[in-house]
Unconditional design. Structure first.
Length: 229
């Protein structure tokens, strides 16, 4: 993660140098986790958290890219960041969180959720996210964050139970335990145990973005994540 963030930062700064003073747009992808856990829905006005030495090797190191892109607004670049939901779903999704969770459930024989499963996740249809990138390029003001979230607060238990219903497996609470939680979730542990409620109000009001595709639970019910046989 450190190497990826460092390489991406150099690319964004090179774009910024080329676009400085032109007022032309530069839009990059960000993460809904970048503002951190605020104990309230994150808004577009919440900046990405700063990065220090203690964050090496974590997802947070990529925040340096988001902050650098937003700061390019001070150099005459119409720069902004589209924060993408935890789950971006569609018929083209083959390697996102949903296929990973489904494969994990099939391997373990049950669909797990952490504790009571009340932690909130957010989601967006991939085609709605694509529309938001276009709107940000066309008319997004400089130095802004945009939230590509449609379902801004779905409990992880609801997601687990929707997957369980399609797979014909039980949905089971995985205790908050230093061994049992990573024993089921593995490398996903630090993500699935967090809560990421988010608002898209500023994005919709400023850019006129209106998600029009099926929501997460409806998309799961469509069946394309669960091919026959």
């Amino acid at each position: 993660m450190d190497a990826v963030a460092a390489a991406e930062l150099l690319i964004m700064l090179a774009y910024g140098e080329a676009l400085a003073g032109t007022g032309k747009p530069l839009v990059t992808a960000g993460s809904m986790g970048s503002p951190g856990n605020l104990e309230r829905p994150a808004t577009e006005e919440d900046p990405a958290l700063p990065v220090g030495e203690e964050h090496k090797g974590t997802l947070r190191v990529r925040n340096v890219v988001e902050r650098a892109v937003v700061d390019l607004a001070g150099q005459g670049v119409r720069s902004s960041v589209v924060r993408i939901a935890n789950i971006a779903h569609s018929t083209t999704d083959r390697a996102g969180f949903l296929p990973t969770l489904i494969a994990l459930a099939e391997e373990k024989g049950f669909v797990g959720y952490h504790g009571d499963g009340a932690n909130l996740w957010n989601a967006v249809h991939i085609r709605d996210a694509a529309t938001l990138f276009r709107l940000a390029l066309e008319k997004g003001p400089a130095g802004k964050y945009w939230h590509a979230v449609e379902d801004g607060g779905i409990t992880f238990r609801d997601i687990a139970e929707a997957i369980a219903g399609r797979l014909g497996l039980p949905a089971v609470s995985v205790p908050d335990d230093a061994l049992m939680t990573p024993g089921y979730f593995g490398f996903l542990t630090n993500i699935v145990t967090q809560s990421y409620p988010a608002s898209n109000l500023i994005t919709r009001r400023t850019l006129g973005w209106e998600p029009a595709r099926p929501g997460l639970l409806a998309d799961l019910d469509n069946g394309h994540y669960f091919p026959a046989g």
